[in-house]
Design a protein around this ligand. Sequence first.
Ligand code: SAH
Length: 219
Amino acid sequence: MREDLRGIGMTSQRTRDRLMDRMQELGISDPAVLEVMRNTPRHIFVDEALASRAYDETALPIGHGQTISQPYVVARMTEALLASGPLRRVLEVGTGSGYQTAVLAQLVPEMYTVERVSALIPLARRRFQALRLRNIRIKHADGTLGWPEYGPYDGILAAAAPEHVPHALLEQLAEGGRLVIPVGAANAQTLVLITRTAQGYSDEVLDAVSFVPMRAGSE
Ligand code: SAH
């Protein structure tokens, strides 16, 4: 592995190991999720000036008013998405830095991700290349519309919070598929797991959370 990917000091494997101990204390128990996060260099997903804080249990700015989600939230959402068994095709709304995408891409065969801020896309793409993740398709688009061409999806994960669950995301969920999404106005969001059943949809509230808003349109 290249030196910059392996990390040194505050970005070293030991720092990552400590973060995973912390994840387990916070209740993350899926060994596959912990293993992938242990081996994914989060420091390459943030600006070099912030690299020494990449393994803190905190969200960090990635420019354009957006943030990389805190490690616990990434772990929690990934674990919730995969809790019913392996998923084949997964869509993410809100690529951002690409960290959540990279984690998921190591756990499912086909990963799709959409981001509405065009400037973030080449940065994310470069990181996927550096990690040799070849099962990711990324598109600049408004993710409230999903990505109909490749649907239905066995799992959908939203990294930004709409006030109401977009209809397109529900429609693009396969039967038995799972949607993990923060919903609600700022300061009053909850993380929800929605499952599509033969009869309709069922939902379960997971946690109180704080995400950037999901905005319609793209820039
Ligand atoms: N998963 C990301 C989190 C980034 S923050 C990471 O690990 O870094 C959420 C992202 O959602 C932001 O980049 C924001 O631009 C994007 N976003 C907000 N509304 C969106 C929409 N309607 N469609 C696609 N992306 C959206």
